[in-house]
Design a protein around this ligand. Structure first.
Ligand SMILES: NC(=O)c1ccc[n+]([C@@H]2O[C@H](COP(=O)([O-])OP(=O)(O)OC[C@H]3O[C@@H](n4cnc5c(N)ncnc54)[C@H](O)[C@@H]3O)[C@@H](O)[C@H]2O)c1
Ligand SMILES: O=c1ccn([C@@H]2O[C@H](COP(=O)(O)OP(=O)(O)O[C@H]3OC[C@@H](O)[C@H](O)[C@H]3O)[C@@H](O)[C@H]2O)c(=O)[nH]1
Length: 386
């Protein structure tokens, strides 16, 4: 750790980071990175700590003085401002961010992604503290190409689908498609952070993650989350594979996504943390444009990889089609395609993703199998016994 320097060759001084949402998927990986590889301190704020308990237990005393957990709901806790004041930098990850909630709990979604983030922005601005705010690739909504006729040659032109921070429009569906409640709330908080920068000098960076995936993402229904819960696609498909049931393809699985390994993405966040002069006032896409698949292709690849890592043959009918109304309910809609433009992050931070989709699925599904296979077997045998 000694002698660490930033991208301009200047020594990196240890800082204190107030990380809100530190107990979630991204937060847990960021806490690990900061504890394992840097001298920085973390004030970890969340309502849950299960995903970082390995960093908080006495056995990990090595960094006991560098990470503190604060069980705080930022909706209503006066301790938040004090923690932001104690820190040099605040990173806000807290949000409701699973699509199954956007159309079924639109009020909670809007409050969580906009209203609850307001005091965080205000305290940073008023106290002259730097903020890294987590937004989403969903702010782009649908691509321009999605509105062209299916056979239009322009659909092949990157100008109609590659998503650029400083050029692409944000295209959402109608209000009755409540899916867009999340994207719209995230867009408004981005605009507010940006305006605080422009009018009041807030030092900020906005991150737009493009489908970061890896170990500890969401939950397996009935094992470490509610039986009826619907997590994001990686956990849905993992759950199906663990239970040896067909993977459900929503509306034919035609939507396209680019997936990035969480560990590659965390490298980018660390560069933002340690290079404020290069990261401030920027909005960054963080994704892997080389890992594009349709959801159907993702299902096929996960089936193959899971078979390899578990040693179990795949089932006879590996996928089934399901309508979005059946799967998510009324008001669901979808982003058609998400390819991040990487020009700005390349120029400012020299960062590039490394891990291929196959490799990241192999390490992630090895983790899922090791962590859950036995528990799923036991849960299933109990249900059959009843
Ligand atoms: N994972 C991705 O690919 C992805 C993609 C786009 C955007 N994002 C954004 O990144 C951020 C983190 O996402 P994640 O995947 O780690 O999600 P996550 O759900 O695993 O983590 C969010 C954490 O915030 C906490 N939280 C929520 N409301 C809170 C409150 N009121 N008070 C205290 N803690 C609260 C939750 O308990 C959870 O631990 C979110 O803002 C999300 O919108 C993630
Ligand atoms: O079992 C499933 C689950 C999901 N899907 C499909 O898989 C695709 C990806 O679904 P995810 O649950 O990962 O969520 P999305 O990519 O649509 O949105 C995510 O994007 C970025 C973040 O802001 C959020 O984490 C989330 O909104 C969607 O087209 C969805 O309809 C299935 O076909 N079957």
């Amino acid at each position: 750790m000694a002698g660490r320097v930033d991208l301009d060759g200047n020594p990196i001084n240890p800082i204190t980071i107030c990380m809100i949402g530190a107990g979630g998927f991204i937060g847990s990986h960021l806490c690990e990175k900061l504890m394992f590889e840097t001298p920085h301190k973390v004030l970890a704020v969340d309502v849950y700590s299960d995903k970082i308990k390995h960093l908080l237990e006495p056995a990990t005393i090595q960094w006991a003085d560098r990470i503190q957990f604060h069980r705080i709901n930022i909706k209503n806790d006066s301790r938040l401002e004090g923690l932001i004041k104690m820190a040099d930098l605040t990173i806000n990850l807290a949000a409701i961010c699973t699509p199954a909630d956007y159309n079924t709990r639109p009020l909670d979604t809007i409050y969580s992604n906009f209203i609850d983030a307001l005091p965080v922005v205000k305290y940073c601005s008023e106290n002259g503290k730097r903020l890294i705010h987590f937004s989403t690739c969903e702010v782009y909504g649908k691509t321009i190409g999605a509105f062209l006729p299916k056979d239009s040659p322009l659909r092949q032109d990157p100008a109609y689908y590659v998503l650029k921070e400083d050029a692409s429009p944000c295209i959402f569906g109608p209000i009755e498609k409540q899916r867009w409640s999340y994207a719209c709330a995230k867009q408004l908080i981005e605009r507010l952070v940006y305006a605080e920068g422009a009018e009041n000098g807030l030092e900020f960076t906005i991150v737009r993650p493009f489908n970061w995936i890896g170990p500890r993402m969401d939950f397996i229904p009935g094992i470490d989350g509610p039986s009826e819960g619907v997590p994001r696609v990686l956990a849905c498909f993992s759950n199906n594979l663990l239970r040896r049931e067909p993977l459900k393809l929503v509306d034919g699985g035609e939507s396209q996504r680019t997936f990035i390994y969480i560990k590659d993405a965390i490298e980018a966040v660390l560069l933002m943390i340690e290079n404020p002069a290069r990261a401030n006032s920027h909005i960054f896409n963080v994704g892997n444009p080389n890992n594009e698949v349709t959801v159907r292709q993702l299902a096929e690849m996960m089936t193959q990889v899971y078979s390899k890592v578990s040693g179990e043959s795949s089932i006879e009918t590996p996928t089934i089609d399901v309508s979005s109304k059946e799967f998510y309910g009324e008001g669901y809609d979808d982003s058609d395609k998400r390819i991040p433009d990487m020009t700005i992050i390349n120029k400012q931070l020299g960062w590039n993703p490394k891990t291929s989709l196959w490799d990241l699925l192999e390490s992630t599904l090895t983790y899922q199998h090791r962590t859950y296979a036995e528990a799923v077997k036991q849960a299933m045998s109990k249900t059959t016994a009843i």
